[in-house]
Write a protein that binds this ligand. Sequence first.
Ligand SMILES: [Zn+2]
Length: 133
Amino acid sequence: MSDSELIPVDLQGAGDKRGSGSVPVKTLSKPERLKRAWKGAGLCIGLAVVCVFLPLIHFVLVPGFLIAAPFVFSWMYSWERVILPCELKCPNCGQMIKISLNKEKWPFREVCVHCRNEMAVLSSASASENERK
Ligand SMILES: [Zn+2]
């Protein structure tokens, strides 16, 4: 995790509630991206093999997983920068909510598990662009 950087973020909750925090972002190297992509594609192929033994639905699931494998591979390979799992403080209720591993994309939205309100997470760079308008 030493090669991850902390990105300061602004949180926009319901109404005018705001907060701030930071999110760890990691840039994946080419071998890391390939490894992740092969894992995803391998999972699809593995599921296809398992589904061979399921009567009737194997006619749909086996080709389905085999067709999905190259799409999963290219989709996972496209993840150059990822947001690592972390916690942010909900601007609506003040509780900590878990952020899961995801492709880096600003802004992104999260729904608080405690108050069910949505919040927008903006990197501080993109937030200052919004305030200039
Ligand atoms: Zn909340």
